[in-house]
Design a protein around this ligand. Structure first.
Ligand code: SAM
Length: 330
């Protein structure tokens, strides 16, 4: 599936629910969230059909996300069905880790061995504050369980919030020094109803890197080896067990190599995370379209994939994306 800028589109991120057991201030704050009705959310069979058709067109990689994927009933059977799709080479999962201790073994047994866990603070009070009441210890137990079971790689994603978690950058880097994890630092993006004042809370990734380099020696990992890491720039910490990664959707965007489509929980197909255009796949499905119609539709969406997003850094950058990240899946 080549788009008009010669990018090979072979990766789909699927948000399976807009529900989440956390209320992160920059993503899905408690106030102002409106949830989709049960019928508005794609059924698992519908997602499986879309993925099967897309695999037929060249899709090889799916990441399951949300909301929080582990809160949706039937999730384990769903990933087993995904696993049965011939030609789908890589299935991974993004979770906040709150329910991971309970589900890690079933997830592993169902065939997902690559996992990303979102974690924005290592301080219990701050974690509860940024997540609207989340329990840090539950996440840490989940990570430990995932490590014991043998998930690999385990990636910890942390959104750096200036004035809130910038003082924890070295603590996160220390995790990558001590454990064979990949700790990835992500720039805050301006989304939906986020309560954060983006211009104040945004920290460009080069400042994060500089801070880490004040304590650790970083050794660039060859890009060939990090192909599966997507847009993250990956470094080994000299003498350490793991790696750190830097993801800069705003300060150094990676649109030229973007290979992704996104399917929202309510069945909209998006070709760019940071643009608001989306196309109603659910409506088509529910009008009993054929697989050929689905393919044509997906091809059209790919043909409209923009060259890049238009969110720029600086005080004037406050065009916000309309949708909440929890509906798109990150
Ligand atoms: N609940 C799962 C989780 O926490 O990983 C999956 C969904 S969550 C929307 C996926 C990722 O998007 C999380 O790592 C979250 O931190 C990130 N995210 C949400 N809003 C964001 C924003 N405004 N800027 C940067 N990352 C954001």
């Amino acid at each position: 599936m080549l788009d008009k800028f010669e990018r090979e589109i072979n990766y789909l991120r699927v948000s399976i629910t807009d529900r989440c057991n956390l209320h992160c201030t920059y993503c899905r704050p408690k106030e102002g969230i409106s949830l989709q009705g049960h019928d508005d959310i794609l059924r698992y069979e519908e997602i499986i059909r879309i993925v099967s058709v897309a695999v037929n067109m060249g899709l090889i990689k799916v990441r399951v996300t949300g909301g929080e994927p582990l809160v949706r009933k039937g999730f384990i059977d769903f990933i087993s069905s995904l696993k049965n799709i011939k030609g789908l080479r890589d299935i991974s999962l993004t979770t906040n880790g709150i329910l991971l201790e309970e589900f890690a073994q079933s997830i592993f047994d169902a065939g997902i061995h690559r996992i990303n866990i979102s974690l924005d603070s290592l301080n219990e009070e701050k974690y509860a504050k940024v997540t609207g009441g989340g329990d840090l210890q539950a996440v840490l137990r989940g990570i430990k369980k995932a490590e014991e079971i043998g998930f690999a790689p385990i990636k910890i994603n942390t959104v750096v919030i200036n004035g809130f978690s910038d003082d924890e950058i070295l603590d996160f880097a220390k995790i990558a020094f001590e454990k064979p994890f990949q700790v990835r630092f992500i720039e805050l993006m301006p989304f939906g109803q986020a309560h954060t004042f983006h211009t104040e809370n945004y920290l460009p990734i080069d400042q994060v890197m500089k801070k880490i380099m004040s304590r650790y020696k970083l050794e660039k990992v060859e890009e060939k080896k990090t192909k599966a890491d997507g847009p993250a720039k990956i470094f080994k910490i000299r003498g350490g067990a793991g790696e750190v990664g830097f993801i800069s959707p705003l300060s150094g965007h990676f649109c030229a190599t973007c290979n992704r489509l996104r399917l929202t929980a309510d069945g909209k197909l998006r070709s760019c995370l940071l643009r608001d255009d989306e196309f109603d796949l659910k409506k088509m499905l529910r009008q009993n379209c054929s697989d050929a119609d689905l393919k044509k539709f997906i091809r059209e969406v790919i043909s409209l994939k923009p060259k890049g997003h238009d969110i720029i850094c600086g005080p004037e950058h406050l065009r916000k994306c309309q949708r909440d990240m929890s509906e798109i899946g990150g």
